[in-house]
Ligand binder design. Structure first.
Ligand SMILES: Nc1ncnc2c1ncn2[C@@H]1O[C@H](COP(=O)(O)OP(=O)(O)OP(=O)(O)O)[C@@H](O)[C@H]1O
Ligand SMILES: [Mg+2]
Length: 146
């Protein structure tokens, strides 16, 4: 089974370019005629993941994979990691700084929204090593493919 893969690089603290990978992946998915609702869910997940890498993580990568029956977004960074994943997944929990909040971030809703908008969600993190978030999106039928 062939699949398409596209890798995007994300730089820590690079708020200027944050979100650009998501814009590109949205355009790729649009050009392939995927369901707009699916593209929207993936864009929410991609954007929240990208911002988390920029804001909390280290340098990172976002991998998009398009297979015949599913799509995946895998976002990983080599930042400080998350000590308590359950706490980080709690709606409203945030370690965002005042500066981040002034930019409109820090509601503590990014990770919960990523879980909500993906069909399968997985987060692995190790303190001092980094964080990996992997999300899977099902393709309901071949009708959604070009
Ligand atoms: N890649 C990461 N590296 C280290 N810590 C992270 C990472 N992603 C999330 N976290 C931790 O998990 C917390 C919750 O993340 P979440 O995305 O839900 O909220 P937020 O980023 O703080 O605010 P929002 O996403 O609503 O702007 C963060 O405040 C941070 O402490
Ligand atoms: Mg966030």
């Amino acid at each position: 089974m062939t699949s398409i893969r596209q890798r995007f690089y994300i730089r820590k603290k690079d708020f200027i370019h944050a979100g650009e990978a998501t814009i590109t992946l949205k355009n790729i998915l649009k050009s392939m005629n995927f369901d707009p609702a699916l593209i929207r869910r993936m864009a929410i997940c991609g954007y929240e993941g990208e911002i988390n890498v920029v804001m909390h993580g280290g340098d990172g990568i976002l991998d998009l994979e398009i297979a015949s029956d599913h799509l995946t977004l895998a976002i990983s960074d080599n930042g400080p990691g998350i000590e308590d994943i359950e706490l980080a997944m709690t709606e409203g929990f945030s370690t965002a700084t005042d500066e981040h909040r002034e930019m409109g971030f820090g509601a503590g809703m990014g990770l919960p929204n990523m879980r909500k908008n993906s069909d399968e969600f997985r987060i692995d993190s190790q303190k001092g090593v980094g964080t990996n978030v992997s999300m899977l999106f099902y393709l309901k039928s071949q009708g959604e493919r070009p």
